[in-house]
Design a protein around this ligand. Structure first.
Ligand code: NAD
Length: 485
């Protein structure tokens, strides 16, 4: 596919690319330059209705396609993604602003892994049976695909999170109406072609482009879409829950985070420092798992502050295609402005900017959305900078005195997605891991992923778990059959 300065993205519906019936289009921006480089459909209820009809037709045969055959196709999609690694990485970077090097080493390989993993996982997915001893009865549980399901994903890890939903949904025998973020539509668009080449039957996956309020809303409201798997902001999640709950749709919600990174004085210092730079600023800090609140045990605090700021100063903000870029551009102008508004509030909130805070002008790309990695020292965990999700290259740091104090700070927030802990003390590791309110705790590492493990958050970070068999359970309905003999 030729991606140029006027790339027209289309919907992928029933195995072919199509313009939207509505005739409505929206601009697609390149964050690195701030320029428009094409347009995408703003699909409406009519487009969704058409795609659902195709999906329903395809469901009859896809839901009865053998596990081996489904698995074979998923593995071919994985190969197809890998074969186009460079093209997809460049497309992701252009759409999102992330360094090409990051898209090439993380986003695109992970998208391939998602298909490969669920292509294998479905062959191992078994259902239960229960013998009712003494009653001469046996129960067995059928795991039936739900039917047509909706998958809605955000802009920060576009193909990575899009495929994290689609792969288990189709592996389990469902047909999918999928909507990528309107901010990053490109790699989802390219996925259609890869699926066709891999032999995925028409109608099994329908990729519908457009705004959340138009296309997304039409997906939520369609009566024949029986489940919604959503990743995105907590406010959108609330709206989705309000819309779908009265319609009794099955819901999986992966939402925002405000994750603590807790550093004890006994940690492996060098490993902690390297990883903390990454967990703060990878993908311009736009990962739901980034450790945006750093708490450091007081005896280590001054040393950490000096060394961390020195390391952050070395990070290079550059055009995402540059091999030396540690940080590229933020995803959009409005997002850049949102992040800047938090930085501007820092002094009034008792915060001291230790480094960064300014927009970066990259020569030749003066209208791009670049921002310095920013470190802010805060006085209290109750300040807005520590309570609200900023979702950009901004971290706060603050000292703590006791395990009890830091546990209080960690949990004193509406979110509960992930937490990172740095210590060599096993007992403390166990105490803290048990008590931290989060769906994921990393100890002496960050963002190390085993795709078999449950993934998701508590409190305002979401409902439900993705990953491994959890995802296959979400995308199936359990039906118990009881036989008396
Ligand atoms: P967002 O909520 O604005 O958008 C996410 C998706 O929802 C997009 O595709 C959007 O078009 C769609 N949407 C918006 N309004 C809708 C509506 N009314 N009906 C249906 N769909 C609608 O989020 P975003 O700004 O794209 O992504 C950033 C957020 O995602 C952050 O809060 C981040 O923490 C969160 N996130 C969470 C995880 C996780 O696994 N928990 C992972 C990545 C990102």
């Amino acid at each position: 596919m030729d991606i140029n300065d006027n790339t027209i993205i289309q919907n992928y519906s029933n195995g072919v690319y199509k313009d939207p019936a509505s005739g409505n289009w929206i601009d697609n921006y390149e964050p690195a330059s701030g320029a428009i480089y094409g347009k995408i459909p703003n699909s409406n209820a009519q487009d969704i209705q058409e795609a659902v009809a195709f999906a329903k037709t395809a469901f009859t045969s896809w839901s009865t396609t053998t596990i081996d055959e489904r698995s074979r196709i998923l593995l071919k999609i994985a190969d197809g993604i890998e074969n186009r690694l460079q093209e997809l990485a460049e497309a992701e970077s252009r759409d999102n602003g992330k360094p090409v090097s990051l898209a090439k080493s993380v986003d695109i390989p992970r998208a391939a892994s998602n298909f490969r993993f669920f292509g294998h996982a479905i062959t191992q997915f078994a259902s239960e049976s229960h013998e009712s001893v003494g009653l001469q009865a046996i129960n067995f549980t059928l795991r039936k695909p739900i039917g047509v399901v909706g998958c809605i994903s955000p802009w920060n890890l576009p193909l990575y999170l899009f495929t994290w939903k689609i792969a288990p949904a189709i592996a389990a025998g469902n047909c999918v109406i999928a909507k990528p973020s309107e901010v990053t539509p490109m790699t989802a668009f390219l996925l259609g072609e890869i699926c066709t080449e891999a032999g995925l039957p028409p109608g099994v996956l329908n990729i519908m482009q457009g705004l959340g309020t138009t296309t997304g809303q039409a997906i939520l409201e369609h009566p024949d879409i029986k489940a919604i798997s959503f990743t995105g902001g907590t406010k959108t999640g609330e709206h989705i829950a309000r819309t779908c709950a009265p319609k009794f749709k099955k819901l999986s919600l992966e939402l925002g985070g405000k994750n603590p990174n807790i550093i004890f004085a006994d940690c492996d210092y060098d490993r902690m420092l390297d990883t903390t730079v990454r967990s703060s600023f990878a993908n311009q800090g736009q990962i739901c798992l980034c450790g945006s609140r750093i708490f450091v045990e007081r005896p280590l605090y001054e040393k950490f502050k000096k060394d961390f700021v020195a390391r952050v100063k070395e990070l290079i903000v550059a055009h995402p295609a540059s091999a030396k870029a540690n940080l590229g551009a933020l995803v959009s102008k409005s997002h850049l402005e949102k992040v800047q508004s938090y930085i501007a509030q820092a002094p009034g909130e008792g915060g001291t900017i230790l480094y960064g805070g300014n927009q970066v002008i990259v020569e030749g790309y003066e209208n791009g959305y670049y921002l310095e990695p920013t470190v802010i020292e805060v006085q209290s965990n109750r300040c807005k900078l520590n309570q609200e999700e900023i979702f950009g290259p901004v971290v706060t740091i603050m000292p703590f005195d006791t395990e009890e104090d830091v546990l209080g700070y960690a949990n004193d927030v509406t979110y509960g997605l992930s937490a990172t802990l740095w210590t060599k003390d096993l007992n403390r590791t166990m105490r803290m891991s048990n008590a931290i309110q989060a769906g994921i705790v990393w100890v002496n590492t960050w963002m190390m992923r085993d795709l078999r493990t449950p993934f998701g958050g508590v409190k305002a970070s979401g409902v439900g778990r993705e990953g491994g068999f959890e995802a296959l359970r979400f995308f199936t309905e359990a039906k118990n059959v009881c036989i008396k003999y």
